[in-house]
Write a protein that binds this ligand. Structure first.
Ligand code: NAI
Length: 328
């Protein structure tokens, strides 16, 4: 089969080539999928996309007109795909449901520790031969209360790691996991109560109509002054303007983000020669107590290998007229 791989990144090449093992013709396209670039799939029966590609009804129509019949997502999240439209067109969609929850949970902890112990500032000082410690005081993780919103695959690993640090865990989810309660003494509660009691709050829920702007002016208002907020899930889980307001008033002590609601067209790309047009992220970048990574929580060799393997398994199943267990 010929496969148009949109939003291809160089860091994926060795993993995709190895998983494909020469079976299919992979057409690597660095551009993201949109109404403007859909034409690049004109000779392909399969399209593979990443998190920031546009798989709206309009784009799916264009792909279908060109003969595309299968959409192989290289991601777990599928909030960017119009599934109803795909179904109406008879286009199958498969995802990579889990590739390494450890990668994301561990990056979440990396953000927490780097913010807490001010590692970026400390490193900058040392490089400048400034060995002063003033202003670098952190806190012991041991004994702190961490609120984990979403106790699915990633949330569960995060809880296990934080329990190892000696943290008390509050959680919020639609479904309670009994084993988290018995193994790690996790206490499920409401978002409001979690916000009131937590020293650190971390978001591990998918983005949907119920979770959009879950963190907003009202939820921030009840948080503990000086709270640490971490978002490694999806940008629009937080109202970024409300977070900026919280940072300016010092109600939010530190903010770690790996995702941003307007990250499309920004993250995953080198804009070092451009003039930044987005004033919201520009403001976030000025805070010394904000740590931003550009959607890299998944970026480990284990995760990339698993993403490539599952994506190619899904494509192989389609090529062999079989149904993969990962179809949506
Ligand atoms: P999962 O599906 O295993 O767990 C999600 C949990 O959220 C489930 O327990 C579910 O019951 C809960 N949930 C859903 N809607 C809810 C609501 N309205 N209120 C409360 N709880 C709700 O997903 P997983 O694998 O743990 O991933 C979580 C999210 O992490 C993904 O949806 C994705 O957005 C993000 N992610 C980020 C990556 C990155 O590189 N930064 C990479 C992979 C995932």
């Amino acid at each position: 089969m010929k496969v148009a791989v949109f939003s291809f990144h160089e860091f994926e090449r060795t993993f995709l080539d190895a998983a494909n093992a020469g079976k299919h013709e992979l057409k690597y396209i660095e551009s993201s999928l949109s109404t403007h670039t859909a034409i690049l799939a004109h000779d392909c029966g399969v399209v593979s996309i990443f998190t920031n590609d546009d798989a709206s009804a309009e784009v799916l129509d264009l792909l279908h007109q060109q003969g595309v019949r299968y959409l192989a997502l290289r991601s777990a999240g599928f909030n960017h795909v119009d599934l109803e439209k795909a179904k109406a067109l008879g286009m199958k969609v498969a995802r990579v449901p889990a590739y390494s929850p450890y990668a994301i949970a561990e990056h979440t902890v990396a953000l927490m520790l780097a913010l807490n112990r001010k590692l970026i500032r400390a490193n900058q000082r040392v490089r400048d031969m400034n060995f002063s410690l003033n202003g670098l005081t952190g806190f012991d993780m041991n004994g702190k209360t961490v609120g984990v919103i979403g106790t699915g695959k990633i949330g569960q690993i995060l809880i296990k790691i934080l329990h190892g640090f000696g943290c008390q865990i509050l959680a919020m989810d639609l479904e309670e996991q009994q084993d988290l309660k018995s193994k790690y003494q996790v206490e499920y509660t409401s978002v409001e109560n979690l916000c009131r009691q937590s020293d650190i709050i971390s978001l591990q829920v998918p983005l949907n109509e119920h979770t959009r702007y879950l963190i907003n002016e009202q939820t921030i208002a009840v948080m503990k002054p000086g709270v640490m907020l971490i978002n490694t899930s999806r940008g629009a889980l937080v109202d970024t303007k409300a977070v900026i307001h919280g940072l300016k008033s010092r109600h939010i002590g530190t903010f770690g983000m790996d995702v941003y609601e307007e990250e499309d067209g920004l993250f995953f790309e080198d804009h070092s020669g451009d003039i930044l047009q987005d004033d919201t992220i520009a403001r976030l970048m000025t805070f010394p107590n904000v740590l931003i990574t550009a959607h890299q929580a998944f970026l480990t060799d284990t995760a990339l290998g698993n993403i490539a393997d599952t994506t190619l398994e899904n494509i192989n199943a389609f090529a062999n007229q079989q149904t993969s267990g990962n179809e949506l």
